[in-house]
Design a protein around this ligand. Structure first.
Ligand SMILES: [Zn+2]
Length: 96
């Protein structure tokens, strides 16, 4: 099953990154890292490293635009990339 298949089917993807919505099990780094070197259960390795966000100045809209761009680089049509990232503003990082 590919990255896009799992999204399309709404399959059980397990926990997703609470910053960018990537399924954690798709994270090549196995999750972000805390300052003490342990893995984060909430954030992926692309968003969170050594206890800090990789893009600390992003807001939810900027994160979504960034992810759409990354998915398009992988060959995904723009409208699909947008659909797959539309839940980003509801994730934990962007609340409050
Ligand atoms: Zn992430």
């Amino acid at each position: 099953m590919t990255y896009t298949d799992s999204f399309e089917k709404g399959a059980d993807m397990g926990p997703v990154c609470q910053s960018c919505s990537m399924p954690m099990k798709k994270d090549p780094g196995g999750g972000g890292t805390e300052a003490d070197g342990t893995h984060s259960a909430k954030y992926c390795s692309l968003c969170y490293q050594d206890g800090a966000f990789v893009q600390p100045d992003f807001d939810a809209a900027e994160m979504q635009a960034f992810c759409v761009e990354q998915l398009q680089k992988k060959g995904m049509p723009r409208f699909m990339a947008w659909m797959f990232t539309r839940s980003i503003p509801r994730l934990e990082r962007w609340q409050g």
